[in-house]
Design a protein around this ligand. Structure first.
Ligand SMILES: *[C@@H]1O[C@H](CO)[C@@H](O)[C@H](O)[C@H]1NC(C)=O
Ligand SMILES: *[C@@H]1O[C@H](CO)[C@@H](O)[C@H](O)[C@H]1NC(C)=O
Ligand SMILES: *[C@@H]1O[C@H](CO)[C@@H](O)[C@H](O)[C@H]1NC(C)=O
Ligand SMILES: *[C@@H]1O[C@H](CO)[C@@H](O)[C@H](O)[C@H]1NC(C)=O
Ligand SMILES: *[C@@H]1O[C@H](CO)[C@@H](O)[C@H](O)[C@H]1NC(C)=O
Ligand SMILES: *[C@@H]1O[C@H](CO)[C@@H](O)[C@H](O)[C@H]1NC(C)=O
Ligand SMILES: *[C@@H]1O[C@H](CO)[C@@H](O)[C@H](O)[C@H]1NC(C)=O
Length: 422
């Protein structure tokens, strides 16, 4: 029993805000099974980012898998398990699952905003439905409920009614580092003296919890983010302090800054980040000038040469197919799942830059400059169409590349047929 609950606790990490308190009407359906069966066959194509048990690399799919294991072991759906094993005993009566019994445009919901071309706009609710990815982060909650969740952790697994719903030893094991976090992975979060006036450091990963320290106090935390919604939950168990911060607009580092501020107030320390300097953070401690990624200057005006050579479907067996098509104006348009966009010419004939339009426009158009995706095409023989494309995103660092191979015309026709039948 407690193993299922452990899995639930592992997975119930990403929580957002609603203030609606109606009673849930759970349905006993398992909706993530089929995806997981499919995922299991495809996972072999996921390239290892390190040696087995050597390092930590966050993977939402693994939370989805853990959620599915909990469903199979208990015979109940993910949503029912959350309700019966966590929300009900903890009286988290406001909490529910996005796309299941609440939508982000519901009454009393903190609506989802995004930055598009320097404007703050309301985004389409459809991009917040993560199905079948709910165990990786789809819980809508309220401040009151999150206090109950934090308090339950601080009481070491005991509800306010005194019921033990998870073995304390199991919980402690979750907060204990099992993998060392390599400093390169988390440089943005690390603050050390003498550069900074205080210290903050992530050093390990437990079961779903990053283990850290702030001003010398042990901290465990987990974050969550889907487009607009960004959350972090911190436990400073030695201080009996839990902090939950959530936003409905992507505001970068601000959550971490708010955490420092709240914790400083709690500790009775003068906040080192305040209204005078918080907006410039990490300046003046870090020189960020000259670090902004490339901008529109990489785009060369004019038409893409031989656009027909790029047209086709490119497959990545894990991440699905990218379709490049030419429209009536000889422009190259891309469709990749929910992502649609347009390709632009660069000085290199085989390198095209993509900007995203439609639902997910905010991904490449947050402000004045465009943050393009780099699509680099290769082919062995100049007389044939491009055979491969490598997708990279400057924002994500040089290591984040994905390779796609051209799908033959016959295979593309078969794929289209399958898509039509779904
Ligand atoms: C939560 O709902 C249960 C069942 O309806 C009710 O008994 C309990 O009082 C509620 N708790 C809170 C804090 O609203
Ligand atoms: C909690 O788990 C530990 C380790 O598995 C075990 O030794 C202990 O008996 C458990 N305690 C209870 C109350 O079940
Ligand atoms: C913010 O902190 C700095 C450095 O400690 C201090 O000089 C400044 O007066 C503070 N501002 C406010 C509004 O407290
Ligand atoms: C900050 O970095 C830029 C670019 O690397 C450099 O030109 C500038 O001198 C640096 N400023 C300071 C104060 O170190
Ligand atoms: C081709 O696509 C571009 C960019 O989306 C659009 O502006 C243009 O109107 C399209 N042309 C036709 C003929 O569809
Ligand atoms: C783009 O980069 C160039 C050179 O690095 C710079 O002069 C220009 O201001 C930048 N434009 C935008 C919109 O950021
Ligand atoms: C695009 O990516 C390729 C290889 O991944 C790289 O060689 C090229 O410099 C990149 N171009 C731009 C403009 O980012």
């Amino acid at each position: 029993m407690s193993t299922v609950l452990t899995l639930l606790c592992l997975c119930s990490l990403t929580l957002w805000t609603t203030a609606d308190g109606k009673v849930l009407t759970p349905q006993l359906t398992s909706r993530i099974g089929a995806f997981v069966e499919n995922l299991m066959h495809r996972l072999q194509y996921l390239t290892a980012s390190g040696q087995f048990r050597d390092e930590y690399n966050y993977n939402n799919w693994m939370y989805l898998l853990a959620g599915r294991v909990a469903e199979v072991m208990s015979g109940a759906s993910w949503e029912d398990l959350l309700h019966q094993r966590i929300f009900q005993p903890l009286q988290m009566n406001d909490s529910r699952v996005i796309g299941f019994n609440v939508e982000v445009d519901a009454d009393n919901f903190a609506l989802p905003y995004v930055h598009v071309r320097n404007d703050v706009v309301l985004s389409d609710p459809v991009i917040y439905n993560l199905h079948p990815g709910e165990p990786a982060g789809s819980i809508a909650s309220s401040a009151d409920d999150m206090v109950k969740w934090l308090s339950w952790h601080l009481r070491e697994g005991v509800t306010s009614d005194g019921d033990v719903i998870l073995n304390k030893t199991t919980l402690q094991d979750m907060y204990t580092p099992h993998v060392i976090v390599s400093p390169q992975k988390l440089t943005a979060d690390i603050m050390l003296k003498p550069q900074f006036p205080v210290t903050y450091q992530d050093y390990g990963y437990g079961y779903g919890w990053v283990t850290s320290s702030y001003r010398g106090y042990p901290v465990v935390w987990h974050s969550g983010g889907i487009n607009s919604y960004n959350t972090r939950l911190y436990l400073l168990r030695d201080l009996d302090l839990g902090v939950f911060i959530t936003t409905n607009l992507n505001v970068g580092l601000t959550i971490q800054e708010i955490f420092y501020y709240i914790t400083d107030l709690f500790l009775g320390e003068e906040p080192w980040l305040n209204t005078t300097n918080a907006c410039q953070f990490p300046q003046p401690w870090v020189n960020t000038t000259g670090q902004t990624p490339s901008n529109d200057t990489i785009i060369v005006p004019g038409n893409i040469e031989n656009p027909q050579d790029f047209v086709g479907q490119y497959e990545n067996r894990l991440f699905g197919n990218i379709v490049v098509a030419q429209n009536g104006s000889n422009e190259l348009l891309v469709t990749y799942g929910r992502i649609t966009g347009k390709l632009h010419k660069t000085k290199d004939r085989n390198v095209l830059m993509m900007d995203i339009d439609g639902l997910l426009e905010f991904l490449t158009h947050p402000g004045d400059s465009v943050q393009y995706l780099n699509l680099t095409f290769t082919r062995g023989d100049q007389n044939v169409k491009y055979q491969q494309l490598v997708l990279s995103w400057l924002e994500q660092g040089p290591s984040e590349t994905l390779v796609y191979s051209r799908v033959s015309a016959a295979a593309a026709a078969a794929l289209n047929l399958i898509n039509l039948m779904r």
